[in-house]
Design a protein. Structure first.
Lengths: 217, 606
C-alpha cells in the first residue's frame, strides 16, 4: 500500500502547485477541495489491511470538513463580497511556478538530511509535507486578497496534516478532531470578517486609502 | 568613600547594583540641586497651563527623568546603566514636546530622540566590547581587567561619539539648539544643566574603567574642547532667541569641560598625577558650576519669557525696571558663565588654566603646542562670552521696553519661581567666594578618576593664588564702593541737574531705536563671518521719503547646514528609492518570515 501513499503525497504537492499557478479564486477553492479530499483518503491506506475505527473517523471527518464545508463557506464568502474573480498575484504566474518548483526541490534537499524519530510510512511523506507547507506560505506571500490568504493558510495546514497523520500513529484522535474543529471555526470567522470588511468599505468613501494600509507615514 | 547597594533583579546579565564614589558624588549633588530647584520653579511656571494642558503627565515624566538621572550616576552595571539611560532619553523627549501643537517643537523633539538613539547605539557596542574584554557586566570588574591599547582606543572613540551626542560635542550637537528652546524653561534648565552632563559623566566613567589611555586621546579631547568652546560661543553671539543662545553657550561650556578632561588625560598618560588631578578636577568642578549657573540663567530666562510672551531678544528690553530681582539674578548667572572672579565659573576656569600652564611647562613639544592653543581658546571663549552676555543683558534688561506701550505683560513672577533662582545664585556666590570646599571635592573626584593619591600632591599650590586673587578682587571692589560712597557724600551739597540723554539732535526718539542684539553683535560677527556664514540682508534706503524697510541677519550652523542636512537628504532620497511600496505590507512581512524560515531550515542542516 506504500505506493498508494506515494500517489497521494505527489498529488497533494501537485495540487498545491496548481493552486499557486492559478489566479481564479473559485478554481483555487475547488482545487483545494480536491486536495483535501485526496488527503482524507490517506488514513485508509496508511495501515495496510487493518483499517481501524480511528482511521475511518479521521478520514471521513477530514473529507466532510475540508472538502465540503470549508470550500462551501469560502464560496459563500466570495459570492457575498463583490470582488473580482481574478486576482493577479504579485509575482507573475510563470515566475510563481518556477519559484514553486525551486521550493519543492529545496524541500526535498532539506528533508534528505532531516532525522526523524520513527520510520514514516513512505519516504515521500516528509519532503511532500514540507513542500506543501512552503507552497502554502508562498501563496500567502504572493496573493493580496483576504480569501487567498485563508487559502494559503489552509494549504499550509494540509501540509501539516500530511506530516502529522502519516508520521505518528501515536497522536490521539481527539487532538486531530480538535485541530479540525479549530480550522473550521477559523474559516467561519474569516468569512464573517471578510463580509464585514466589505460592508465597511462600501459605506466608507475613503476606501482608496485601503491600499496604503500598513504605511505609517 | 565608596558605598555599595545590591538588590536582586532578574534581568539577564543585569544586577541592581548601585555604587557611590567621588565621581558619582559630584554628579549626584549637581543633579539633586538642579532637579529640586527646577522642580520648585515648575510649580510657579506651570500654573498658567494648569487648566489647559496635561500638567500631571508632564510632572510624571519630570519625576521619571529625575529618578533615571540619579540611577545613571549611581549604576554599577552595564544593563542597569543603559536601561536608566534610555528611560532618561525617552522621558526627556516627552518633556521637550510639552507644546506639541507647534510643529517646530515636534520637529525638535524627534531630532533629539533620533540623535540620542544614534548615540545609544554606539554606547551599546562600546559597553559590550568592554564587557567581552573582562567577562562581566559589572563596572568594578570591567575596571580591573587590563585593556589592550587598540581596544582601549576603539572604546574611547566610541565613548566620544556615543556620549558626545548627549553632551553636545560639536559635530554632534545639532539637536541641542533646537530642543532647548522648544522645552519649557525648567526642563531646559535640567536638560542643559544636568542631562547633557550625563554624557560627560559617561566619558568620565569610561576613562575611569579603562585606566591609562594612549596620549592621542588627550590631544583629541583638547582639540574637541577648543572647537566646541570657540564655535559654541561664536554661534551663541549670532542668535536672536534667548534660550537658543543659552543652548549654544551650553556647547561652549561643554567645550571647557572637554578641555579640562583633555588636560587630565594628558597628565595621566604622561604619568603626571598633579596635572591629571588639575585637569579632571577642573572639569568636574566646571560640570557642577555649569549646572548651577546655566540652571539659573535658564530659569531667569523662563521668567522673562513668561512675562513678555516671546523669546526674541529684539522684542524685549527694559526688563530691569519691570522685574529687578530677576535681572539681578540673571546678572549673577551671566557674570558666572563669563568666568569673572567672585563667581563660581572663575574658579573652575582658573583651575583649567592652571592645568594648561602646567602642561605647557612639563609636557613634550606637541603637548606644549596644544596646551598653548587651549589657553588661547579659553581666553577667546571668555572674552566672547563676555561680549555675548553684555549683548543679552543690554538688550533684554537695560534700556526701554521695545514692545508698544499698553501691550499686556504677563502677571507677576511668583515666589515659587524666585526662591530656586535665589538658591542657585547663592551657590554661585558661595563657590566663587569660598572655593575650598567645592574645589576640594572636585579634586577628590579628579584623584579618583586618575587613580592618584591626593594627599601626596601639592594642592596648596593652586589654592594660595586663588585665595590671593579673590581677596584682591574683593579689596578692589571695596575700594570702588568706598570711593563711590565718598563721591556721593561730597557731591550731596551740589544739586545735579536731571535731564534726558542727548539725542544727537534728533527730536523724535522711540524705544525701537535702541541698540538691538543684532547690531550689538555685528562687529564681532563681521570679523568671523567666513567661518560663521554670517549673512545680513537689508534693502538700500533711497529717496527723500523712504518706504518702510526691514533688515535681518543670520548665522548658519555649518555642521547642521552643510554636513547633516545634505547627507541626510541624500539618505532620505535613497531610502525612498529602495522603498518597494508596490508590494502590500502584509505580504512583505509574510515574505520576511518566509525567507527567515528558509534560512533557519538551511542553517540548521549545516
Amino acid at each position: 500500500m506504500t505506493s498508494w501513499v506515494d500517489v497521494i503525497c505527489i498529488t497533494v504537492v501537485f495540487l498545491s502547485l496548481i493552486i499557486l499557478s492559478n489566479y481564479r479564486v473559485a478554481a483555487m477553492i475547488r482545487i483545494f477541495a480536491i486536495q483535501s479530499f485526496v488527503l482524507g483518503l490517506l488514513p485508509f491506506f496508511l495501515h495496510a489491511f487493518c483499517i481501524s475505527n480511528r482511521d475511518v473517523i479521521l478520514g471521513v471527518v477530514t473529507m466532510v470538513l475540508k472538502a465540503v464545508l470549508v470550500p462551501s463557506i469560502l464560496f459563500w464568502a466570495i459570492r457575498h463580497v463583490s470582488m473580482r474573480s481574478e486576482v493577479k498575484p504579485i509575482i507573475g504566474l510563470s515566475a510563481s511556478i518556477i519559484l514553486g518548483a525551486m521550493i519543492i526541490a529545496g524541500a526535498f534537499w532539506v528533508s534528505l538530511s532531516l532525522k526523524l524519530p520513527g520510520k514514516p510510512a513512505s519516504d515521500l511523506i516528509l519532503p511532500c509535507s514540507l513542500s506543501t507547507v512552503l507552497l502554502g506560505f508562498m501563496i500567502m506571500v504572493t496573493r493580496t486578497r483576504a480569501v487567498t490568504q485563508v487559502l494559503g493558510y489552509l494549504i499550509m495546514e494540509n501540509g501539516i496534516f500530511l506530516f502529522a497523520v502519516s508520521l505518528f500513529d501515536v497522536m490521539p484522535v481527539l487532538i486531530e478532531m480538535g485541530i479540525l474543529l479549530d480550522i473550521f471555526v477559523a474559516v467561519f470567522i474569516m468569512a464573517i470578517v471578510v463580509n464585514h470588511i466589505n460592508e465597511e468599505f462600501e459605506k466608507n468613501p475613503a476606501s482608496v486609502t485601503f491600499s496604503k494600509m500598513g504605511e505609517t507615514f | 568613600m565608596e558605598k555599595y547597594f545590591q538588590s536582586s533583579w532578574h534581568v539577564p546579565f543585569g544586577e541592581f547594583s548601585l555604587k557611590f564614589d567621588p565621581l558619582s558624588f559630584i554628579f549626584l549633588v549637581a543633579v539633586i540641586i538642579l532637579i529640586l530647584c527646577a522642580g520648585i520653579y515648575a510649580v510657579g511656571y506651570m500654573r498658567p497651563y494648569a487648566s489647559k494642558r496635561p500638567v500631571g503627565l508632564h510632572i510624571f515624566f519630570y519625576l521619571v527623568l529625575s529618578l533615571a538621572l540619579i540611577v545613571i550616576v549611581l549604576a554599577n552595571n552595564v544593563i542597569l546603566f543603559l536601561g536608566a539611560w534610555e528611560i532618561m532619553s525617552v522621558s526627556a523627549f516627552f518633556l521637550v514636546v510639552f507644546k506639541d501643537e507647534e510643529s517646530d517643537v515636534r520637529r525638535a523633539g524627534f531630532l533629539y530622540l533620533i540623535a540620542s538613539h544614534c548615540g545609544t547605539f554606539l554606547l551599546i557596542i562600546m559597553f559590550f566590547l568592554m564587557a567581552s574584554n573582562s567577562g562581566s557586566m559589572n563596572f568594578d570588574i570591567i575596571s580591573h581587567a587590563p585593556f589592550p591599547p587598540v581596544l582601549a582606543g576603539v572604546i574611547f572613540l566610541l565613548a566620544i561619539f556615543g556620549f558626545g551626542v548627549k553632551a553636545g560635542f560639536i559635530p554632534l550637537h545639532i539637536w541641542l539648539p533646537h530642543a532647548h528652546p522648544a522645552a519649557p524653561s525648567h526642563v531646559s534648565a535640567v536638560l542643559s544643566g544636568v542631562m547633557i552632563k550625563m554624557g560627560i559623566y559617561g566619558i568620565c566613567r569610561v576613562l575611569w574603567m579603562i585606566g591609562v589611555l594612549p596620549d592621542w586621546c588627550g590631544y583629541l579631547l583638547l582639540i574637541i574642547g577648543v572647537l566646541c568652546g570657540v564655535m559654541g560661543v561664536l554661534y551663541a553671539l549670532g542668535q536672536h532667541e534667548l534660550k537658543r543662545l543659552l543652548a549654544y553657550h551650553s556647547i561652549e561650556n561643554i567645550g571647557i569641560v572637554a578641555l579640562g578632561l583633555g588636560v587630565g588625560l594628558l597628565g595621566e598618560s604622561h604619568r603626571m598625577p598633579f596635572l591629571a588631578v588639575l585637569g579632571f578636577g577642573g572639569a568636574l568642578l566646571h560640570v557642577f558650576n555649569h549646572a548651577i549657573f546655566k540652571g539659573l540663567l535658564f530659569l531667569a530666562a523662563g521668567a522673562v519669557i513668561q512675562k513678555t510672551h516671546t523669546g526674541e531678544m529684539d522684542r524685549m528690553g527694559g526688563m530691569a525696571k519691570v522685574m529687578p530681582l530677576v535681572s539681578i539674578l540673571f546678572l549673577i548667572g551671566a557674570l558666572a558663565i563669563c568666568g569673572l572672579p567672585l563667581f563660581n565659573g572663575f574658579i573652575s576656569e582658573f583651575i583649567i588654566y592652571f592645568g594648561l600652564f602646567q602642561g605647557i611647562f612639563h609636557l613634550p613639544l606637541q603637548g606644549t603646542f596644544v596646551c598653548a592653543l587651549g589657553i588661547i581658546a579659553l581666553a577667546l571663549m571668555g572674552t566672547l562670552a563676555l561680549a555675548c552676555f553684555s549683548k543679552v543683558y543690554g538688550t533684554v534688561f537695560l534700556g526701554e521696553p521695545r514692545v508698544p506701550k499698553g501691550s499686556q505683560l504677563g502677571e507677576r513672577i511668583s515666589l515659587w519661581m524666585c526662591i530656586p533662582m535665589i538658591v542657585l545664585a547663592g551657590f554661585c556666590l558661595w563657590i566663587g567666594l569660598f572655593p575650598r570646599t567645592a574645589a576640594g571635592i572636585a579634586f577628590l573626584g579628579g584623584a579618583f578618576l586618575s587613580h592618584a593619591d591626593l594627599l601626596e600632591l601639592p594642592m596648596d599650590n593652586i589654592f594660595s593664588p586663588l585665595t590671593c586673587m579673590i581677596g584682591g578682587v574683593v579689596l578692589f571692589l571695596a575700594l570702588v564702593l568706598i570711593l563711590t560712597y565718598l563721591r556721593v557724600l561730597f557731591l550731596k551739597a551740589l544739586p545735579a541737574s536731571v535731564s534726558e540723554t542727548w539725542r544727537c539732535g534728533f527730536s523724535y526718539v522711540t524705544p525701537r531705536m535702541q541698540y538691538t542684539s543684532s547690531s550689538f553683535a555685528r562687529l564681532i560677527l563681521d570679523f568671523f563671518k567666513r567661518i560663521l556664514f554670517y549673512k545680513r540682508t537689508f534693502p538700500q534706503v533711497k529717496g527723500f521719503f523712504p518706504q518702510s524697510a526691514s533688515m535681518s541677519s543670520s548665522v548658519s550652523d555649518f555642521f547642521e547646514e552643510f554636513l547633516f542636512k545634505p547627507v541626510f537628504g541624500k539618505l532620505t532620497n535613497l531610502s525612498r528609492k529602495l522603498d518597494i511600496s508596490r508590494i502590500r505590507y502584509t505580504q512583505m512581512y509574510l515574505m520576511y518570515i518566509f525567507l527567515y524560515l528558509i534560512i533557519l531550515l538551511v542553517w540548521k542542516l549545516k
